[in-house]
Design a protein around this ligand. Structure first.
Ligand code: TV1
Ligand code: CA
Ligand code: ZN
Length: 393
């Protein structure tokens, strides 16, 4: 499809590192780095690379990682060797060093390279935004929102988002972080807990006892001490199974609209975790590719410098659908592309699992029962609206 043209008046950049995609967490582990290869091959099959500046990102340096992470942790991460820990033995070995080597965050061949490449892509994206060479920068290999200063967590070892936002803060007074992964963006929230220069907003499935990581209640809004400048600068939107495009769209537009009005960010960082899609292996929501993409469209309409990160996403063909559609939104060609997947896409077999003529947007499979009563969604909007009374730019 040679008809995909560069957008007029703005620049989109695409940051990836093919070496990152070769790493394996282990046979049964839900995190599959090759979903990035699948996504990219679909994006390229549509001809979208001709409409973007494409960069092979470098690996982040130790010093760049140390902008957020402790050197103790980085030193350990750089030297540990893979030593498989069977999943059923995990609980008998509760004091894993830095939470490394359990079943969620296994040690695998090339782990340090994998992490520094993920962070390198995110950091390159942030630098292109800072230098104004890009208006929208895409780093689908980033978005690993659970990693802490000195701890791995939930498939995340290095918090590329925090590192990228720290770079944005060198040039931008206020950054809005939005997280549409089905899991709570706890690592990013914690990193910017005590500052009013970053507002973090996470939409997630919330069940403190049965869904990871268990944090992110509606009234967790930052430091309780009013004298701490971070007070009121964390927004949490706790949701239940089965939320639909319509409900999500209403919440997202209302909440993000009001935040942009009050907080007036000068840049937006959007984590596009695709595990909030219907049919995800770990997720619980009913979002379609359109509904997920509408979140990207809304941010784009704000006309602010924008970074798009990847994140979760455990049904690889649907991850590829969403991130391809969202790349097309960034470029502005979403209405021009053929909804029937290109014939020559390598990996076409992946999509044939759905149907003989798979489309970009159609996710097949039984929807989940919707457990989000309209009344609760109104309560959430109400709470956030009241919270925002304490926020000013
Ligand atoms: C190995 C093999 C690891 C099979 C992990 C699902 C596996 C999970 C596996 C899994 C799995 C989690 C917990 C349990 C806390 C642990 C990238 C008490 C079928 C951003 C991270 C979810 C999500 C971690 C990451 C979660 C992201 N769920 N099979 N592990 N312990 N961990 O619940 O936000 O998407 O599930
Ligand atoms: Ca989230
Ligand atoms: Zn997730």
């Amino acid at each position: 499809e040679a008809s995909i043209m560069r957008p007029k008046g703005y620049t989109v950049s695409f940051h990836c590192n093919p070496d990152m995609e070769k790493h394996h967490f282990g046979m049964t582990h839900p995190m599959k780095p090759w979903r990035l290869t699948l996504s990219k091959s679909l994006i390229y099959s549509y001809g979208m690379s001709f409409a973007m500046d494409n960069y092979v990102s470098r690996a982040a340096t130790y010093e760049e990682l140390a902008d957020f992470h402790s050197t103790d942790y980085l030193d350990f991460l750089g030297t540990v060797l893979p030593e498989p820990v069977p999943r059923d033995l995990e609980n008998q070995n509760p004091d894993l060093k830095f939470n490394l080597g359990g079943s969620d965050c296994p040690l695998f061949e090339g782990l340090y390279d994998y992490c520094s490449m993920s962070a390198g892509g995110a950091l390159d994206a942030a630098r292109k935004i800072c230098s104004k060479q890009s208006d929208i920068a895409i780093a689908w290999g980033g978005g690993l929102h659970h990693a802490k200063k000195a701890e791995a967590s939930g498939f995340c070892y290095i918090n590329d988002i925090v590192i990228a936002i720290l770079q944005l803060l060198r040039f931008h007074p206020r950054v809005l972080y939005i997280d549409i992964d089905v899991h709570h963006g706890d690592g990013v929230e914690e990193a910017f807990f005590s500052t009013d220069r970053v507002m973090t907003v996470s939409f997630h499935k919330y069940d403190p006892n049965n869904f990871f990581p268990g944090t992110g209640a509606l009234d967790d809004n930052g430091p309780k001490n009013e004298h701490n400048s971070g007070a009121h600068h964390a927004v949490n939107v706790p949701l239940q199974d089965g939320i639909t495009d319509e409900q999500y769209d209403m919440l997202y537009n209302t909440i993000i609209g009001r935040i942009v009005e009050k907080f007036r960010p000068s840049a937006i960082a959007l984590q596009c975790g695709a595990d909030s899609l219907a049919g995800d292996r770990l997720g619980r929501f009913n979002l379609q590719v359109q509904g997920h993409g509408a979140c990207v469209e809304f941010c784009k309409r704000m006309n602010l410098p924008l970074i798009l990160f990847g994140g979760g996403g455990y049904t690889p063909r649907n991850v590829a659908r969403a991130w391809t559609y969202e790349t097309s939104i960034a470029i502005g060609c979403q209405d021009k592309i053929n909804p029937i997947l290109p014939q020559h896409t390598p990996w076409r077999d992946q999509f044939r699992q759905d149907t003989l003529f798979p489309t970009l947007e159609q996710i097949l499979g039984e929807p989940r029962l919707n457990k989000n009563p309209p009344k609760r969604l109104q309560e959430i909007v109400q709470h956030v609206t009241e919270q925002l009374r304490f926020v000013q730019a």
